[in-house]
Design a protein around this ligand. Structure first.
Ligand code: ZN
Length: 337
């Protein structure tokens, strides 16, 4: 995956179908090592943001086998400090490919790894904290412990979630909104409801776990000023170093998305027709692998229509299937300008 370069435009023409659709992105130079070491380019913009000191801290899961190289490359080339702990990796999917594990028995139970003692790891991944500043690193490490997966379920206390969000550099307005609204049935719908005017592509958090996003937090609205400011700064700095990445990211953030709930989200390579329909050539699930229910259905169509809690898929004008959104979901179709 990492041996080849991304396809380049043939003649420098403006965006078109050659721009790819959620393909991995390998930078020409800036932060390229982190794509190679991790074995994927998802959320690589977070590394860029931390290196540029626009974001105080990130946390990530990396293969333990590359941990030493990761620490050394980060320190020597980018002035990064790294702390890590090790926990049982998630059992419900492969972190690198996003593919569900074969023969898996559904979502694994979680148990805290607060003690941070190394344990016999199933898939041998390390949880890393990365920052340019030792102080920020220490702050994040204290609040950013991660629930492991060992047989009984324990959630991280909510206060630690908020502290950790602060350490990661999330805007205060967005953390306040999260504290007040996170229990809503579909938090993304709450964000949409809090959005006055048109959703702004810089506040599109829906593809944050793919290579293509600027923000990695839940904004307080899809035109949150603080999030836009952050995204603008990051975008401007990346543009100087990896202009092709910015072009691709902008395009992906402006696609139509169908949202059922957090981690249950589809992107469509196509265009909206009014507010309730999309004609498309390709679709892509961008949430967590355990949540995907409709990839096959959408792949068989070229048009999607949403009506209330139901959606229908068409192919060449003929019905190709449909379903009602699960009762607990508040489905919506959205496009960011
Ligand atoms: Zn905000």
């Amino acid at each position: 995956m990492n041996s080849g370069r991304n396809k380049r435009r043939a003649g420098g023409s403006s965006a078109g179908s050659d721009d790819g659709f959620f393909e991995p992105f390998v930078p020409d130079a800036f932060c390229r090592e982190f794509v190679e070491l991790r074995g994927h380019s998802n959320s690589i913009f977070n590394y860029m943001a931390v290196v540029l000191e626009l974001k105080p801290l990130l946390d990530d899961w990396i293969p333990r086998a590359v941990l030493d190289s990761f620490v050394e490359t980060g320190r020597k080339k980018y002035g990064l400090h790294v702390m890590h702990d090790v926990a049982l990796a998630r059992e419900w999917g492969d972190d690198r490919t996003g593919a569900p594990l074969k023969g898996g028995a559904g979502p694994a139970k979680r148990k805290t790894q607060r003690g941070r003692q190394p344990v016999a790891v199933r898939r041998d991944y390390a949880h890393v904290f990365v920052s340019r500043s030792p102080d920020n690193l220490e702050k994040g490490y204290r609040s950013g412990w991660y629930p492991g997966f060992q047989g009984s379920e324990i959630e991280r206390p909510f206060a630690d979630n908020l502290r950790f969000g602060g350490a990661l550099g999330y805007p205060a307005c967005c953390l306040d909104f999260f504290a007040a609204s996170h229990a809503e049935r579909n938090f993304l719908f709450s964000i949409l409801s809090a959005t006055g005017g048109e959703p702004d592509f810089r506040c599109n958090c829906l593809a944050k776990d793919t290579p293509y996003s600027y923000i990695h937090h839940m904004p307080c609205s899809f035109n949150c000023r603080e999030s836009i400011l952050y995204a603008d700064n990051l975008r401007a700095e990346i543009l100087k170093r990896e202009p092709d990445y910015v072009r691709r990211t902008d395009r992906h953030l402006r696609l139509p998305y169908l949202v059922f709930e957090d981690q249950f989200i589809y992107a469509f390579d196509g265009r909206m027709e009014g507010t309730d329909a999309v004609s498309y050539s390709r679709s892509r699930f961008v949430g967590h692998p355990r949540c995907d229910a409709y990839s096959e259905l959408f792949a068989g169509g070229d048009r999607l229509e949403v009506s209330g809690k139901k959606f229908r898929v068409f192919r060449g004008g003929e019905p190709a299937g449909g379903a009602a959104a699960p009762a607990k979901n508040r489905m919506f179709l959205v496009r960011f300008a």
